[in-house]
Design a protein around this ligand. Structure first.
Ligand SMILES: [Zn+2]
Ligand SMILES: [Zn+2]
Length: 151
């Protein structure tokens, strides 16, 4: 199996529209059009995942559910790219990463007063359909959850 580092020159050649930079963690930056990667992690799955966010034009979202859809789409795309390089991405990696997002969504969408499932009315605001209690949530960025879960 190739390492993350060995894939970089090939990816740079195939995707000249993006920059690839060594960093502390895997990250896609829409504003810089840059894929940040680390070689500590031997699993290039994350590398292809971040690249996929770029290829899919992922930049922002307005509802938490969209963030989860973007994460799932980026993994689907990563699986496609993996075929081009005859590498495989471990399905456990994908599922555990997506589970982290599902747990996160469940936690922030649960009404702190009555535990009913809330409705997201703004990017950082939920409201409870049962008891009408509103609550604010922190802003979450693409892939931020997974990175903090792994670190
Ligand atoms: Zn409630
Ligand atoms: Zn992601």
């Amino acid at each position: 199996m190739p390492s993350t580092a060995s894939l970089i020159p090939q990816l740079k050649a195939t995707y000249p529209q993006f920059a690839f930079k060594l960093a502390e963690s895997f990250l896609w930056s829409p504003s810089k059009q840059t894929v940040y990667y680390t070689t500590d992690d031997a699993d290039y799955g994350f590398l292809l995942h971040e690249l996929s966010h770029g290829l899919l034009g992922h930049a922002d979202y307005s509802r938490d559910i969209e963030l989860i859809a973007m994460e799932r789409d980026a993994w689907d795309k990563a699986l496609e790219i993996a075929k081009d390089y005859t590498v495989t991405i471990n399905d456990d990696l994908i599922q555990s990463t997506l589970d982290t997002y599902r747990d996160w969504l469940h936690a922030r969408s649960t009404c702190p007063r009555c535990k009913a499932v809330g409705l997201q009315i703004k990017k950082q605001t939920y409201t409870c359909p049962a008891c009408r209690h509103p609550w604010r949530v922190n802003e979450a960025r693409i892939c931020a959850l997974r990175r903090s879960a792994v670190a």
